[in-house]
Write a protein that binds this ligand. Structure first.
Ligand code: SF4
Length: 242
């Protein structure tokens, strides 16, 4: 019978194999870190193993202070500043002009317009010139993410998408972070399992879906920011296609 530690070790080995294969087959590769718990696992794996994968984050301009604190702490911990993309001023100004400074609360269309200006457009720039991107998506994160798996071509963005933690559990993510003394967002200790922009994220109650605190005023099916969507649905990814 294998132990919990053995299972985690096997998943670490598999995740590293996915990352190394991505580098060998799809360079240049970039990793989109939203500074969540899963993203910190991947950041640690990439830096600790000196993998040739750029790490970037998107500063939407509405992130919680704790996320900025983690960005600074991670830069210091690894001695390597991550690349930060910011939205185009004209796009944010256009959103505010049309919908108001907090207009994303008023309708799904307005919320998606805000996410597009502050997240999707910077992501597209970050992916330009890359042949693959890595994400920290896990298949058990929510009802919108059940289809997530290891790797597939991302038709929406025109490059390979690698999800090395697709089969990791939340428990395994935290086992890794604690065993390796990896910095993480202080909000995780205050009931925030999933963290996005400050106005669109709140704490969840014990037993709630871990993404229940994201855009909590919407139906579960609509709760993605557009980074992982195709035609309004979460991108369906098949295994074994790398
Ligand atoms: S999460 Fe909220 S504040 Fe952030 S980009 Fe989306 S709608 Fe705008």
């Amino acid at each position: 019978m294998t132990s919990v530690a053995d299972d985690l070790e096997k998943k670490i080995v598999a995740a590293l194999a996915d990352l190394r294969e991505a580098v060998s087959r799809f360079a240049p590769v970039t990793f989109a870190s939203s500074m969540g718990a899963e993203d910190m696992v991947l950041t640690d794996l990439i830096y600790r193993n000196n993998l040739d994968i750029e790490i970037f984050s998107i500063d939407t301009g509405r992130l919680p202070q704790q996320t900025y604190a983690l960005m600074a702490a991670a830069d210091k911990h690894y001695g390597k500043p991550a690349k930060i993309y910011v939205p185009q001023a004209v796009s944010v100004e256009g959103f505010i002009q049309t919908y108001g400074i907090n207009g994303f609360f008023d309708s799904i269309d307005a919320r998606k317009a805000c996410c597009h200006a502050r997240k999707v457009e910077p992501l597209r720039r970050a992916l330009t010139g890359k042949r693959a991107w890595v994400t920290g998506l896990r298949s058990t994160q929510s009802s919108t993410r059940e289809a997530v798996s290891a790797s597939a071509f991302d038709e929406n963005n025109g490059l390979q998408k690698i999800n090395p933690l697709a089969q990791w559990s939340e428990v395994e993510v935290w086992q890794y972070l604690r065993a390796n003394d990896v910095p993480y967002n202080a909000l995780h200790d205050q009931g925030f399992p999933s963290i996005g922009c400050a106005p669109c994220t709140r704490a969840v109650q014990p037993g709630e879906d871990i993404r229940a605190g994201r855009w909590w005023w919407e139906n579960p099916e609509t709760k993605e920011c557009g980074l992982h969507m195709v035609d309004g649905r979460l991108q369906r990814i098949k295994t074994g296609t790398t």
